[in-house]
Ligand binder design. Structure first.
Ligand SMILES: Nc1ncnc2c1ncn2[C@@H]1O[C@H](COP(=O)(O)OP(=O)(O)OP(=O)(O)O)[C@@H](O)[C@H]1O
Ligand SMILES: [Mg+2]
Length: 232
């Protein structure tokens, strides 16, 4: 195993307890993702993919085991440190676009900067720059209702990039999209991975599509990594 991984887990486990029932969602997962890698994650429903993503993104904390990101042990972070980690180090995107219907594309992308020490002009400039990165600058004044599903997901990607994170975590970002649009979204993530030196970890059921773009692939089953391979 590569102990210098940019994103690395050591015997990472997550057990959910509801009442007397315990679910082992993740069972001693050892993972090492190099800087600038595009890792594809597949596996059947309930295999632990989102659990892994939420732990890597600092949305949840492990039951046991460690998570190291950029040399920092985030599994030991306090909740304040985790909040900063979530805001500045990782960008997350999901199947649901989670964008605000009454806001324009530009306002949606600029939104996370409201809580930072940045002037309004700088906020809008940064948001325009991020929309340009996902090829959506011409739609900046459109509201979500006036955008296609793929375009809405691109707004969500631009918003995830606004704090210039080093890592993008994508949990089934193409789950609501048709196959052509899915391909466009994976292409955008792949471009960001190659041209902006972003480390990308993406979950998808569309294994063939993912393998076309990913540098490496893992498959989860019952909370274990059962298969690891190079992408095509
Ligand atoms: N908050 C929770 N409380 C209890 N059990 C949970 C919780 N979240 C997930 N689980 C359980 O943990 C296991 C892994 O769930 P997870 O969401 O990681 O699967 P997944 O691989 O992302 O599935 P899908 O492809 O359907 O999104 C499942 O058995 C699920 O029921
Ligand atoms: Mg999931």
């Amino acid at each position: 195993m590569d102990f210098n991984g940019f994103v690395r887990t050591e015997n990472l486990s997550k057990v959910y307890s509801s009442g007397r029932i315990q679910v082992v969602a993740l069972d001693r997962v050892n993972l090492s993702v190099a800087k600038g890698c595009f890792l594809g994650v597949t596996g059947t429903s309930g295999s632990g993919k989102s659990t892994l993503m939420n732990l890597l993104g600092g949305l949840d904390t492990p039951s046991t085991g460690e998570i190291h990101v950029q040399g920092k042990r985030i599994s030991e972070f306090t909740s304040d440190e985790l909040a900063l980690y979530r805001r500045y180090q990782v960008g997350m995107i999901f199947q649901a676009f989670n964008i605000i219907p009454s806001y324009t594309a530009l306002q949606n992308v600029a939104l996370p900067l409201l809580f930072s020490d940045v002037t309004k002009l700088q906020r809008l400039r940064r948001a325009e720059e991020m929309l340009a990165k996902v090829g959506l600058h011409s739609r900046k004044d459109h509201r979500p209702g006036e955008l296609s599903g793929g375009e809405q997901q691109r707004v969500a990607i631009a918003r995830a990039l606004i704090h210039r994170p080093n890592i993008i975590l994508a949990d089934e970002p193409t789950g609501n999209l048709d196959s052509q649009t899915s391909r466009e979204i994976v292409e955008i993530l792949s471009d960001l991975n190659r041209n902006q030196d972003l480390t990308v970890i993406m979950i998808s059921h569309e294994e063939h599509l993912l393998a076309e773009f990913a540098d490496e692939m893992i498959r989860l089953q019952d909370g274990h990594v059962v298969e690891q391979s190079r992408g095509d």
